[in-house]
Design a protein around this ligand. Sequence first.
Ligand code: BG6
Length: 487
Amino acid sequence: MAKIAPGVGPRHPQVVVLFGATGDLARRKLLPGLWHLCNAGYIPDCRIIGVSLEDIGVERFRSLTREAVNASSLRKDSDGEWNGFAERLDYVPLSAGAAALKAAVTAAEAHFDGEHRRLHYASVPPNAALSTVRLIAEAGLVERSRIIMEKPFGTDVASAKALNAHLHEVFDEDQIFRIDHFLGKEPAQNILAFRFANGLFEPIWNRNFIDHVQIDVPETLDLGRRAGFYESTGAYRDMVVTHLFQILAFMAMEPPATLDPKSISEEKNKVFRSLLPIESTHVVRGQYAGYRAEPGVDPESDVETFVALRCSIDNWRWASVPFYLRTGKCMADGQRIISIAFREPPKSMFPANSGVGAKGPDHLTFDLADASKMSLSFYGKRPGPGMRLDKLSLQFAMHDTGYVGDVLEAYERLILDAMRGDHTLFTTAEGIERVWEASTPLLDDPPPVRMYPKGSWGPNAIHQLIVPHAWRLPFERIWRDPNRLGE
Ligand code: BG6
């Protein structure tokens, strides 16, 4: 296995205490991610203690982890590598209590010489977050530790404030890492590089040139094993308050003074402060047909599995530029795009039937898939006599570079950052509380849910919401396939 450059990983050995270790996220992302970080040499020395409600022993936890690694990880295990990793895993059922947890951490730490750190990962639903923090305090495991808190962080402004206040009774702010895995995605960070490392785009990144913005994250996924979680959250809390607003902040923020965590957080928080309250009249809530019959779902559930909304950032850069956000489960396609529509020219000298403007405005589109893509579309002349115009595009795909194999999965990147104490890609108490505050009108008075068929793009009302514009998805012209260039 290739060794990683010094300085990329944490300086000290780590004990990871993973709360919610048998849950959906742990199986799909966290355990496979830890496996990769350990085996690829990112973490010099690491022991992992799983904690969850399930009354299982360490051997069952190890086999469950191996199943998770094989099911989710692109990098399959070999027996030799697996045995080395399995030996680092331990398990404590929640019912064993604080003393047993402390004993397991002490035993893990006995493997290290010299200085080491603890990383608690609270991969638990919002209603279990506080009891997890209390358990850590009761077990005396706060010292030398950091804690990653999973989203959604609270369920409204009051619960987010209460959670922050309780957290601060136990942890200092610099020990707390509120995770939003969309910020760990390479393409999300690439938005910052694209905007601030080039002189070309930033001058047109404002209301004078940009007409409107779409952040669209449809998913084909259904609830899987998450009905219980989903019934207490819904699409707005699960995706918008967290991921979509965080992406919006990267897209909309002012240039930070430096790339240090404080400067970036401050600029993001300014965007959230300028976010106008989300009004119910600008929101479409949807529920896919058949949701109420899913196991674990209330047959009269009013929870939305889809949400589309219009929001505005009330500052000089973005005044009067609408931002349209959409996400949902069981939709027609799985995509994650940011689409920026530019203003059209003030006057056209092209003949009416030339095709100018016929395919919408020029667009800059970011695809936030792990191996990102970007496209800039514009009108150009179709070859031949006369003046017929077509929509053309310049496209970039990370696949065209030799870097695809270097991409760290979002959770891997963020776990590594937390171990190194780097807050740059994490959210702050202020930012989160402000986003909940802006959400209050919607949460207090949500519009009724409208049904949509599975495999569709949401309820019909989404078209009304975006008039006079149109949703970019489904794309009229699909991404160019990098393997078929030149055909
Ligand atoms: C999670 C949500 O945070 O993000 C899920 O809880 C959602 O409902 C997922 O499916 C999407 O993340 P990704 O990385 O698969 O796009």
